[in-house]
Design a protein around this ligand. Structure first.
Ligand code: ADP
Length: 489
């Protein structure tokens, strides 16, 4: 009886309102799909400075004002809302002291995390619990995402354990990226508002510091992560578990891998509102118009026989830029052009700038965030490179498949689950994978792809294999709904 489920989907970013990475895309697409299955979905997210009230005509929510205690401080908050569909509404938690800033988690000027991030997300988690009571909206399930919401499951089982309002509420905690755990000095513990007995090995304590993600994993009723392979990796290996592999192994029976999907109303070359030329499998030859536009954008020369390799990525350790850097001189001897859109760590920006300086005819770089350019790169590139050290799910390889932009990926997490190695003999498969995290494995795989690229017929076969794949959210949303129902039994 899905009709009766009242779901809270709590997230620190949601497209198109706020975005630093894949979580924003998921938080926008998954609730839409869950709602289609007859569930009432209430998305909760902070109201950052980037969210323009007047552009979205946000509504004030009457009587939603609340007060939260953080340590000795009392802080005020309220909700604003945006109705997306009959059963889908976004609630924005408003508190200007915490959220009216230009960055989401990081100060764009200093590039450092905001020093009050612990407080900002304690406030956020408490706000959801308190605001819901104020407006008398009783959740059956609170679906939390990443460390920013990691306190909600423990609050449910402590502060709200005897609260009649929440006595039937269950929690689901989704790990989108285990490397970001929300770790803070224990001097901030008093702000959480729980007794020190929870600062233990079975609670927040993590090498004598506070760990929000760990609390989420321990106290949630169910845990999910965004691919089956990543679920396996994080619960079984030190390399992927970032110190929480043991905690996850303990909860293995409650840990489920559910692959992210794609919102094909946004990411399809046949509908894309950003690209100069739309195309489908039936008029694939038109894709080249986007390639020309892309190269022109970066003032690079066009050559039909030189493939453009695209990358769109946060510039972070996870994403494989270190092996790309070691490989770069050999890479640049190959007949390729490389186009990169990204923002993040300075050391990777420097590497990319240097690469462009040395190979001005072969390399295009845009340091910054651009939704529009991301679409053009997907449509205009021939290949898409994701050499990630680890990748919980990864979205761009899924987008690339639909755009006939053949993915070259390291076989980890969701990249391994979603890309099938192309085999010339059978003409099956959708991309190219390498296993070892090394420059040589990367280069060999790119060489292999280039070899096949020369055979236009074979290349077109891989493109079409990819474009026919269906990674829409429907199937995955059903798995979440099934999980909610299991919890409500
Ligand atoms: P992650 O969540 O680790 O950043 P994903 O592949 O899951 O990686 O999702 C990344 C999302 O963010 C994709 O939608 C991608 O297009 C987008 N993205 C990343 N960097 C940029 C950028 N600089 N400009 C525009 N979009 C970007």
């Amino acid at each position: 009886m899905a009709k009766n489920i009242e779901l809270f989907y709590v997230t620190s970013e949601v497209s198109p309102f706020s975005k630093t990475g894949g979580l924003a895309d998921v938080s926008s697409a998954l609730p839409k799909e869950i709602q289609k299955q007859g569930i009432r979905v209430n998305v909760f997210t902070p109201k950052y400075a980037s969210i323009d009230d007047s552009k979205y005509k946000l509504q004030d929510v009457p009587n939603s004002d609340f007060q939260i205690q953080i340590g000795e401080k009392f802080l005020e908050g309220k909700l604003k809302s945006y109705q997306i569909d009959e059963n889908l509404i976004v609630y924005f938690v408003v508190n200007d002291t915490y959220y009216n800033r230009s960055g989401l988690y990081v100060d764009p000027l200093s590039q450092a995390d905001y020093i009050d991030n612990a407080e900002r997300f304690i406030f956020f988690s408490k706000s959801v619990m308190e605001a819901a009571k104020r407006i008398n909206l009783k959740p059956d399930i609170i679906h939390c995402n990443d460390w920013q919401t990691g306190l909600i499951p423990i609050y449910l089982k402590t502060i709200y354990a005897d609260d009649e309002f929440y006595n039937k509420t269950k929690s689901v905690f989704t790990i989108h990226n285990l490397a970001y755990q929300g770790i803070f000095d224990k001097s901030e513990y008093y702000k959480i508002g729980l007794s020190w007995s929870f600062f233990s090995i079975d609670g927040f304590e993590f090498y004598d510091r506070i760990n929000f993600m760990k609390a989420g994993i321990i106290f949630a009723d169910k845990i999910t992560t965004v691919s089956e392979k990543y679920a396996e990796e994080i619960s079984s290996s030190v390399e992927y578990g970032y110190g929480l592999e043991g905690v996850l192994a303990n909860r293995k029976t409650d840990l489920h891998g559910i692959l992210n999907g794609v919102d094909y109303s946004i990411w399809s070359p046949s509908k894309d509102k950003y690209i100069p030329q739309r195309y489908t499998t039936r008029n694939l030859s038109k894709k080249v118009i986007n390639k020309k536009a892309l190269l022109q954008r970066f003032q690079l020369p066009f050559d039909e026989n030189t493939p453009v390799i695209g990358m769109i990525s946060r510039l972070a350790d996870q994403k494989g830029f270190d092996i790309l850097e070691v490989a770069s001189d050999e890479f640049m001897q190959l007949p390729v052009q490389l186009v990169v859109l990204g923002v993040g760590e300075q050391k990777f920006q420097n590497f990319l700038e240097k690469l462009r300086y040395h190979y001005p005819d072969k390399v295009g770089i845009y340091i910054g965030f651009s939704e529009e350019l991301a679409h053009l790169i997907e449509a205009g590139s021939d290949m898409f490179l994701m050499p990630s050290r680890y990748e919980p799910c990864g979205l761009n390889q899924l987008y690339s498949l639909k755009y006939g932009t053949v993915p070259i990926v390291r076989a980890t997490g969701g990249l391994d689950d979603s890309i099938e190695q192309f085999k010339s003999e059978t003409q099956t498969g959708t991309g190219f994978k390498f296993y070892e995290y090394s420059k040589d494995a990367l280069l060999n795989t790119v060489r292999n792809a280039l070899e096949i690229f020369r055979d236009k017929g074979l290349w077109q076969k891989i493109m079409i294999n990819g474009m026919k794949q269906d990674f829409s959210w429907r199937a995955s949303a059903k798995k979440y709904v099934k999980l909610y129902k299991t919890l409500m039994k």
